[in-house]
Design a protein around this ligand. Sequence first.
Ligand SMILES: NC(=O)c1ccc[n+]([C@@H]2O[C@H](COP(=O)([O-])OP(=O)(O)OC[C@H]3O[C@@H](n4cnc5c(N)ncnc54)[C@H](OP(=O)(O)O)[C@@H]3O)[C@@H](O)[C@H]2O)c1
Ligand SMILES: *[C@@H]1O[C@H](CO)[C@@H](O)[C@H](O)[C@H]1NC(C)=O
Ligand SMILES: *[C@@H]1O[C@H](CO)[C@@H](O)[C@H](O)[C@H]1NC(C)=O
Ligand SMILES: *[C@@H]1O[C@H](CO)[C@@H](O)[C@H](O)[C@H]1NC(C)=O
Length: 343
Amino acid sequence: MTINILIVGAGAIGAFYASRLAQVPDVQVSVICRSNYKAVSSNGFSVTSPKYGSYTFTPDRTFANPKEAVAANITWDYILVSTKALPDVSDDSEILNGLMRDGHTAVVLVQNGLGVEDPYVKRFPSATILSAVTITSAAQTSPGVIKHNRWTRISIGPYLPGSTGATGKNEKEEKAINCNKKFVELLKAGGIADAEEYSHAKLQMVRWHKIAINASMNPSAVLSGGSTNNEMATDSELYWHLKGIMDEVLDTAPKVLGTPLPKEFATPEAILKSTQKNTSGSKPSMLLDWEKGSKMELEVILGNPIRIAREHGIEMPRLQTLYALLRKADENREQAKQGKSKL
Ligand SMILES: NC(=O)c1ccc[n+]([C@@H]2O[C@H](COP(=O)([O-])OP(=O)(O)OC[C@H]3O[C@@H](n4cnc5c(N)ncnc54)[C@H](OP(=O)(O)O)[C@@H]3O)[C@@H](O)[C@H]2O)c1
Ligand SMILES: *[C@@H]1O[C@H](CO)[C@@H](O)[C@H](O)[C@H]1NC(C)=O
Ligand SMILES: *[C@@H]1O[C@H](CO)[C@@H](O)[C@H](O)[C@H]1NC(C)=O
Ligand SMILES: *[C@@H]1O[C@H](CO)[C@@H](O)[C@H](O)[C@H]1NC(C)=O
C-alpha cells in the first residue's frame, strides 16, 4: 500500500529528508511550499550532497498553500513539519487544520529546541506525535535548490509526556512506539543509515543535549558581535562562558527529566575541544539569521528551556541573561526597522 507523506516547511531540512523518503518504493512525498512554490512546481527540487550525489526530487504533489492541500483530500500517513520553530511569530500547528485524519495521521516534528511539540499536542490531543532532532547541515541556496553539506543523523522518539515508559504501556503509547519504528525504517530505506529510534525520555534528553550546544554557541555568536564557534571556543574568557552555560543546561536536564544524562553523550569539555580544533569558521544559524535580519529561534532554544526549568523550581541564570539581552536586542532592531519604514 502507498504511504503518503506531506512536508510542511519544505526548506533546507524538510526538502532534504523529503528527497530521501521519496526514494523508498511505495512512498509518495508531497510538499506545501511558500516562497519557493514557483521554482518547485516547475522544476522540483535539485539536491546536491557529498553523500548522495546530485539529483532531482519531484514531489508527488506540490501545493501552493495549506488550502490547496486540504482540497486535495488525501489521507496522509505522516505530516512532517520542518518550518523554523518561531512560536512568538506564528503557531504553525494551525497549518495542519483539515489535513489530519483522526486516529490515522501522525505528525513528525523535525525542529530544534525544546517545547516544540506543545502547540501540536494542544491542537490535536489524540494524534500520534513523533519528535525529531537532526544534526544534518543543509541550506536552500536559491528557491528549490538544496545543498546538503554534511551529516545525516536524525534522532526520533514518540512524544509521550507523562508516560511511565516501563510496564503497562497503553494502546496510544504502543501505537506511537510502532509508528516511530516504522518512520525510522522508512528513513533508513531512503539511505539515512543513522536514523535512530529513541524512547520518549531519551529523545527529550537528546533535545536538552543539543540545547547545551545551541543555547551556548548561538546567542554568544550574535552578542559577541559575530564570532564563529571556533573563535569563541579559543577565546580565554568566552571558553569559560560557553562551558558555564553547557554545564548549567546539562545539570538542569536530569533534574527536569528525572533520568541521568546518558554516559555516551559528549561532555562540555569534549564539545569545546572539538570546536577548538575546527578552524573552518562555521557560523551558527542564529548568527546567520541575525545577519540576514531574520527572526531567530530564540524562544525554543532559550525561552522554553528557562520556563520548563522554572516549572520544576530551577533557575538557569546564565541562560536567562543571554535570553533577556538577545530578546531585547531583537526587539530594538525590529523597532528601528519599523521606524525607518514609517519615514
Ligand atoms: N539547516 C540546517 O542545517 C539545520 C540543522 C539542524 C537543525 N535545523 C532545524 O530544522 C528546522 C528547519 O530549518 P531549515 O534550516 O530547514 O529552515 P528553512 O530553510 O528556512 O526552511 C523552513 C521552510 O518552512 C517554510 N515555511 C515556514 N512557514 C510556512 C508556512 N506557513 N507555510 C508554508 N511553508 C512555510 C519556509 O518558507 P519560506 O521560504 O517562504 O519562508 C521554508 O521553506 C529548524 O528548527 C532548524 O533549527 C536546521
Ligand atoms: C474525501 O475522501 C473521502 C475518502 O477518502 C471521501 O469519503 C470523502 O467524500 C471525500 N471528501 C470530499 C470533499 O471529496
Ligand atoms: C569542521 O567544520 C566544517 C564546516 O563547518 C566541516 O566541514 C568539518 O566536517 C568539521 N570538522 C570536524 C572534525 O568536525
Ligand atoms: C545548532 O548548532 C549546530 C552546531 O553548531 C548548528 O549546525 C545549527 O545550525 C544550530 N541550530 C540553530 C537553530 O541555531
